[in-house]
Design a protein around this ligand. Structure first.
Ligand code: GUN
Ligand code: ZN
Length: 659
């Protein structure tokens, strides 16, 4: 029913399948008023819309028509339609004249594609007692809805709404209970008051805590989120669906949406975009128009910018620069900037879903970029790697650094034990923003080389690096810091003496590929892969390593774009025999053994277990339940997703061991 096509952080481009057609996600569902609708939303890019079943139910005329002709005829839309249940009215008026069972039956009767149970939207910041009471009812009703669907063998897809107010443990508990129910979609509810009051930081907490327990296999809908300014942030947190009444509500109020915020028509000297409306009319034209005509034109602009933003977001996911877009968008308002800064408290969650390699380079857009998954991942890897006795820290240069380093490397201050440096027992690292320290052997690997930051450094990133370096140098007996680096770092240099000897870096391709293998597959992979008569072939044009052999047997290829290693059959065998289970492995069940051996791709439903460190685009080993190597390939999803999905491909197999 839902398949992931591309990923970046927790954002995904996906396809939601319904009986009225497929929906490309992240998607925006314009809210359709069954009586007042004046705009053809499909024209602006809506694949799916949302309307309110309770409003139809309460209106005898609409109800009769919906029951007789079906919802699609009633609102003149032949794509998928989601309906809400009256919960929002419940939250505004305190009561509704319908039961959970009745609203479910009614939605089924009028042939909605995706129906919603009668959840209770508990406002933010209420008493704990109130939140708990409401949540109990919300969960009971969600259970009743799932049972109703099962008993009556109903095709309608079901929304189970996550509630819990601003109590993060309640959000997690609710998400966990609902995920166990196996509903079809999981909206996150009662966030409208947070957005209206610019509590975006709390929104991050509510969404990220819900996401912690929500299944990855279902679309998540941020209910009532319709301002394009926040779409990128919410997509990066894992939201797949948005609904917008904002396009028309803001238009009623003479307000124009934009990714930079909201414009009041009364203040506009210029039209803010290049949509049909903005190019045809001036602000004066609009102001002079009758109310209804003006409202519809502004609504059209609002829809245009909202759908344009979603297209841009999906493209950013394909390109792998969603976070750059998020950081850009969050500069539209200080409360959003605070939210994106707060998101860095969840970088471990985001990292689990983030592909290790992307098409786009990592662009540092400001101190918020220090909180991204790539930075966290690199720092964690550095902490884990085995350390040599001494460390030499070099200043940054053009990338890849190792290509531009030669000869005597300048003057150094020495810290720690005073002894003659043995360069074979020394780690050479470059200090740079935002990855802190970059070992020279792996400096070509994504994103260490495929990244850029302004040369003029900001205080936050310098502080970040100083903190990390002061922690990291503790692992070493003696540390030599290049004079230029020492000048940049505001560290206590009182104990530093000038180092007397020459410092030179000896390039060594075998050491380099071993270090890359360790970085990519885990410590020990380099020694295991590259033993025997190692023979390294480079590109004549670029000088980059392309193929690595033992004698004439190919072990790995090195991908030019990100310098990651691509296993050959021999490479897979070596990695498998050296690395302990379950590292780098995806375990498939008995039924799929012959298919894997044959080189057929692996589907999620056949995977019984996998290494929790696998991320989308990793090279992986495919084994049976006795850890016999069957095949090797490239993962399309992260470990969390592979384990949860029951449909779709998990691994694109490169080769089966039979062939
Ligand atoms: N629309 C906006 N917020 C909510 C919510 O919490 N629940 C439902 N059912 N609809 C909503
Ligand atoms: Zn416009």
């Amino acid at each position: 029913m839902f398949e992931i096509k591309a990923k970046d952080n927790m954002g995904r481009v996906g396809v939601l399948k319904t009986k009225h057609g497929d929906v490309k996600t992240p998607a925006l569902m314009p809210v359709i008023h069954p009586r007042k609708q004046a705009i053809d939303v499909a024209k602006y890019g809506a694949d799916i819309v949302i309307t309110n079943a309770y409003l139809i139910y309460k209106d005898d005329e609409l109800k009769k028509e919906a029951v007789e002709k079906g919802l699609h005829e009633l609102i003149h839309f032949d794509g998928p339609i989601m309906t809400d249940s009256g919960s929002f009215q419940l939250s505004v008026y305190g009561d509704v004249e319908i039961t959970n069972k009745e609203v479910l039956e009614f939605q089924e009767l009028i042939q909605t594609d995706i129906g919603t149970s009668l959840d209770i939207p508990t406002a933010p910041f209420v008493d704990r007692e109130k939140a708990e009471e409401d949540l109990k009812i919300t969960i009971e009703r969600a259970k009743e809805a799932v049972a109703f669907k099962k008993e009556n063998n109903i095709e309608m897809l079901l929304n189970s709404v996550v509630q819990g107010s601003t109590f993060l443990d309640l959000r997690r508990e609710c998400a966990k209970e609902l995920s166990a129910l196996d509903a079809d979609l999981y909206p996150i509810g009662a966030v409208v008051p947070l957005m209206e009051s610019y509590h975006y930081k709390d929104l991050v907490d509510v969404v990220m805590n819900s996401m912690k327990e929500l299944s990855d296999t279902v679309p998540r809908h941020l209910m009532g989120a319709g301002h394009p300014m926040i779409f990128a942030l919410c997509v990066a947190m894992g939201c797949d669906l948005f609904d917008s009444a904002a396009y028309i509500l803001y238009a009623e109020d003479d307000r124009l949406l934009s990714t930079r915020g909201t414009f009041k028509l009364e203040n506009l000297q210029e039209m803010p975009c290049s949509c049909e409306v903005c190019t045809k009319y001036t602000p004066d034209d609009l102001r002079a128009m009758p109310k209804k005509q003006r409202r519809d034109l502004i609504a059209q602009h609002n829809l245009h910018v909202s759908f344009a933003e979603l297209r841009l977001i999906r493209q950013a996911i394909y390109d792998g620069n969603l976070m750059e877009l998020v950081e850009e968008r969050c500069r539209a308002h200080p409360a959003l900037l605070e939210a994106v800064r707060h998101l860095s408290n969840y970088s471990e969650d985001l990292e689990k879903y983030d592909p290790r390699s992307k098409k786009s380079a990592f662009f540092y857009t400001g101190p918020e970029s220090l909180g991204r998954s790539e930075v966290l991942r690199h720092i964690q890897k550095l902490r884990q790697m085995p350390k040599k006795r001494d460390l030499i820290i070099l200043p940054s240069s053009k990338k890849p650094y190792s290509k531009f380093i030669s000869g005597k490397l300048g003057d150094f201050y020495a810290y720690g034990d005073d002894h003659e440096i043995d360069f074979d027992d020394t780690d050479f690292m470059v200090l740079d923003i935002p990855f802190g320290l970059i070992p020279l052997e792996i400096d070509e690997v994504y994103p260490l080389s495929q990244s850029d930051a302004p040369k003029t450094r900001d205080v936050d990133s310098m502080e970040f690096i100083e903190d990390f370096v002061s922690e990291f140098i503790e692992y070493y007996d003696q540390v030599l810091i290049h004079k230029r680096v020492a000048g940049d770092l505001d560290m206590d240099l009182s104990e530093g003496e000038m180092y007397g000897g020459d410092v030179r870096y000896q390039k060594d391709d075998v050491k380099k590929v071993k270090a890359i293998a360790d970085y990519q597959f885990g410590i020990g992979a380099g020694e295991a892969l590259f033993k025997g008569n190692i023979n390294i072939e480079k590109s004549k044009k670029t000088g980059k390593i392309r193929h690595i052999y033992d004698g004439k047997t190919l072990i790995v290829n090195m991908r030019a774009s990100d310098s990651y290693l691509i296993l050959s059959k021999e490479g897979a065998k070596r990695l498998h025999s050296a690395m302990p289970y379950p590292q780098n492995r995806v375990v498939v069940n008995e039924d799929s053994v012959p298919f894997a051996l044959d080189g057929k791709s692996v589907f999620c439903k056949f995977v019984v277990e996998c290494d929790e460190n696998i991320r989308a685009k990793d090279e992986v080993l495919i084994v049976d339940e006795d850890d016999k190597l069957l095949a090797y390939g490239k993962s399309l999803l992260g470990a969390c997703e592979i384990e949860q999905f029951e449909t779709g491909q998990a691994i694109k197999t490169r080769k089966g061991m039979k062939k």
